[in-house]
Design a protein around this ligand. Structure first.
Ligand SMILES: C[S@@+](CC[C@H](N)C(=O)[O-])C[C@H]1O[C@@H](n2cnc3c(N)ncnc32)[C@H](O)[C@@H]1O
Length: 306
């Protein structure tokens, strides 16, 4: 990289930081530049953001790009709230305060919209299971509700915090699937899992270190009927130095002391330790690099271990 390019890159980073921390972007998203900011500097900062398409100038003044606005996990205010802790975390290894990152019904419904296409793809790849699907840490239950679409005999039990289940129920109602969705409020460490033909564990193991990840996979495995399957969805095929994967891994670490990206190989070992055989890894076409589903089956002959 040339020094001029380095200067441009750094300027962009600091311009974004300032636009977020001063409320400039949020103000613009609501239709007005905050009055206390210096108008001349505002224009220079916004010119820098405009160079990457984050904002544009039209007859009415500055407007933010539509993709910068909105709730969901990648809402810029939420992301900045997490990333703003990077320097502190570097010094003391700490994480973001719980309340700042806890998934809310809004955040998980934003996630559901992002995951709609890969969820449909996974449902088609897996085919019907004809029984109970337990969705552990279900969020808005994107993955399991998509599975109901091509599986008329199946029903979903979604396990998550009660505040999050509000979002899952709303999704189920919106898709006309409320009669086949049951919310099970509680912690996946304490709440007994119902017997399942299929257990979905999506975007949860990235919150856990290896010991807890293996323990949760074992809990899921123990709930499976003979011949049932565990489906673990996560960034399982990410290369650590891919820009998206490196950014994701840093954000996970800022959120949880054990937050990290695990490989399909690691999760496969946890499954084997829990008595499951990995049958396949399905790459998921998604904006999130390396997102994949690992499918592991319990033996058809093993008696239940619950
Ligand atoms: C990143 S979200 C994934 C949501 C969903 N599975 C998906 O892929 O869209 C992680 C979810 O795990 C839930 N979660 C985290 N710890 C939990 C616990 N101990 N018990 C139950 N749910 C938990 C969170 O509330 C959140 O909804």
């Amino acid at each position: 990289m040339s020094h001029v390019r380095l200067n441009t890159e750094l300027t962009f980073v600091y311009a974004v930081h300032a636009a977020v921390s001063t409320g400039l972007l949020e103000g613009l998203a609501r239709g007005a530049v905050p009055q206390e900011l210096d108008p001349g500097v505002v224009d220079r900062v916004l010119d820098v953001l405009a160079s990457r398409g984050w904002v544009r100038h039209d007859e009415g003044g500055w407007v933010v790009a539509p993709w910068l606005v909105g709730a969901g996990p990648f809402d810029i205010g939420r992301m900045a709230g997490i990333l703003g802790h990077t320097d502190r975390a570097l010094r003391d290894g700490g994480t973001v305060m719980r309340g700042e990152v806890r998934h809310t019904a809004d955040v998980v419904r934003g996630l559901a919209r992002m995951l709609a296409r890969p969820a449909e793809h996974l449902a088609r790849e897996l085919g019907p299971c004809g029984g109970t699907v337990v969705d552990v840490g279900c969020g808005a239950a994107s993955w399991s509700l998509a599975m109901l679409g091509n599986d008329p005999e199946a029903r979903v039990v979604g396990l998550d915090r009660d505040t999050v289940l509000v979002g899952a129920r709303a999704e189920a109602v919106e898709r006309g699937l409320a009669a086949r969705f049951t919310g099970l409020p509680g912690s996946f460490w304490e709440t007994p899992f119902p017997r399942a033909r299929r257990v979905v564990l999506a975007n949860v193991v990235h919150l856990l270190g290896p010991t807890a990840g293996a323990a949760l996979v074992a809990r899921c495995a123990a709930a499976l009927e003979p011949g049932g399957e565990l489906v673990v969805v996560d960034v399982l095929e990410g290369r650590p130095h891919d820009a998206d994967v490196a950014a994701y891994a840093l954000q996970l670490r800022l959120r949880e002391p054990t937050g990290t990206v695990h490989t399909a190989e690691t999760v496969g070992h946890w499954c084997a330790d829990a008595g499951l055989g990995v049958t396949r890894v399905i790459p998921l076409r998604a904006d999130i690099a390396g997102l994949a589903a690992l499918v592991a089956q319990s033996s058809t002959t093993n008696p239940s271990r619950t």
